[in-house]
Ligand binder design. Structure first.
Ligand code: SF4
Length: 490
């Protein structure tokens, strides 16, 4: 056989044989999303900490000199007389290779730990460990115990690089047996798939389950797009939308008048046909009731899998930036922002700056409940600021709710995120024009690069500017939404 299998390739096969085939024969068609790349980076970081915390002092089995050398070195240690701790121990059976994250050999006892960056044990991990076990067993090194290390999200980092307690360990030795028996069958089928022709597999839910397939762009490119699918008709019950789709009304514009049974839905149906906005009087009234001065607030947050700041937990969303537009009837609109790029915990200074900026009066417009959650967490962190932060919380006005309840435009495609709504209300504000940072995920990436000591000053400066522009656009977007949705033709 010209190819090798790995755990991830067998898992690809289990998701979709076509995925495996394409991974082996047409890798150039793979497109990983930004979130996959972030997950990969997090995985590496978590893996390195796990080595130090769970099995310190081990030997890393290098891969740079090739698979054969890595296997040879692993055999040398596992066959040796001495106890050993290995990172990335590499073994092969038939044409399947595996690398064990952490392995400790004490006399004849082989303890294997697979490290995951998630905060719970997923079914898929059991299969993952079953494959690992089977290959090691076939290679002559049967694990005596195989466990999963995953992130303990209740762990609070105390500083000083002490990560004892960051991981929970779950012994999977007993859970894998049923799956271990299936592995030879999977291996046989996977090899047949690779040796055969491109499997004829339709797209479907499996393209995103359990992971987003990197061939989606390729496989879905020829799928005819229904521009306004009835299944995304806002406010329509799922059962009704399925009933209509089954009756042949796949495009919402084709639904006959009178079938939807209420005025709001009928108005939306009309808007599907005309392409006009629906801005009901209730929405305008709610927005016009907002007193001046008005503030528009947006946070950017970061969640470290491995906490960096003392007193914080894994994946806790910690704010490092805010943008605020202030709108005064007489003075117009001004912009204020906070962005800490020092790499030190920014939460205290961020809270104080916000308290100073928004004063004591006027509604603070946000989009969704995210800002409220962040503020409540800041209250817990800084009890001495709790009252002032509560004052801010009490003034929050969640713009998302009335927009979702009342506003409609056919190009929303069923989604009411600010990035869905904005192009239909204020198309002149375009996130695509931003360089480097266009969404929250990219903002987190940019922040991590900014606080990385190895980032060059020019690069840092450019990222800071991009991050500022992005966050500013989020609050400017809210200003425009309120302005443009405060009037109706009704
Ligand atoms: S996009 Fe869907 S059909 Fe295509 S390879 Fe991936 S899982 Fe299979």
């Amino acid at each position: 056989m010209k190819w090798t299998l790995s755990k991830s390739r067998i898992l690809s096969f289990l998701q979709c044989p076509k995925r495996l085939y394409l991974e082996v024969h047409h890798r150039n068609l793979m497109k990983y999303s930004a979130s996959s790349e972030i997950a990969f980076r997090i995985g590496n970081e978590v893996g390195e900490v796990a080595q130090k915390v769970l099995m310190p002092g081990g030997v890393l089995i290098e891969y740079e000199r090739g698979l054969r050398k890595a296997i040879e070195t692993t055999h040398k240690y596992l066959n040796g007389l001495f106890d050993s701790t290995l990172y990335e121990a590499t073994l092969q059976a038939q044409n399947i290779q595996v690398r064990a994250d952490l392995l400790a050999k004490k006399k004849d006892f082989i303890n294997v730990i697979e490290v995951k960056s998630s905060t719970n044990v997923k079914d898929l991990y059991v299969i993952d460990c079953a494959i690992q076990y089977w290959v090691m067993d076939e290679a002559g090194f049967t694990p005596s115990k195989i466990s999963l290390a995953y992130i303990n999200n209740q762990f609070v980092y105390q500083g000083g690089g002490d990560y004892n307690g960051l991981f929970k360990i779950f012994d999977l030795s007993a859970d894998i047996s049923e799956h271990v028996e299936q592995v030879p069958g999977w291996v046989e089928q996977a090899n047949k798939t690779i040796a055969g022709k491109l499997p004829n597999i339709e797209i479907g839910e499996h393209c995103n389950k359990p992971y987003t397939c990197p061939f989606i762009e390729h496989c879905w490119k020829d799928v005819p797009v229904i521009k306004y699918p009835v299944t995304k008709f806002p406010g329509l019950k799922k059962s009704k939308s399925i009933e209509l789709a089954n009756a042949g009304y796949e495009d919402a514009r084709d639904i006959p008048d009178g079938l939807l049974g209420n005025e709001i839905l009928q108005a939306r149906l009309n808007a599907y046909r005309t392409g006009k906005q629906v801005i009901p009087r209730e929405l305008c009234n709610k927005l016009n009731q907002l007193k001046f001065p008005r503030y528009y607030l947006d946070f950017e947050t970061i969640g470290f899998a491995v906490p960096r700041w003392s007193g914080t937990r894994p994946y806790e969303q910690l704010p490092f930036q805010w943008s605020c537009h202030a709108e005064d009837k007489s003075m117009g609109i001004s912009h204020i922002e906070f962005l800490d790029t020092s790499g030190n915990p920014p939460m205290r200074a961020l809270s104080e700056a916000l308290i100073d900026t928004v004063g004591n009066f006027g509604p603070i417009v946000v989009y969704t409940t995210f800002e409220k959650t962040v503020l409540c967490k800041l209250q817990e962190r800084f009890p001495e600021l709790a009252d002032q932060l509560q004052g801010i919380i009490d003034r929050l006005f969640d713009l998302y709710q009335p927009i979702k309840e009342h506003y409609f435009h056919r190009d929303l495609q069923g989604g009411y995120s600010i990035k869905n709504v904005l192009p239909t209300v204020a198309p002149e504000i375009n996130y695509a024009e931003l360089v480097e940072v266009q969404d929250g995920m990219m903002a987190q990436q940019a922040y991590l690069e900014i606080i990385n000591e190895e980032t060059l000053p020019e690069r840092k400066q450019s990222l800071v500017e991009s991050l500022s522009k992005y966050c500013e656009m989020d609050t400017l977007a809210m200003v425009k939404l309120v302005q443009n949705l405060s009037n109706t033709d009704e």
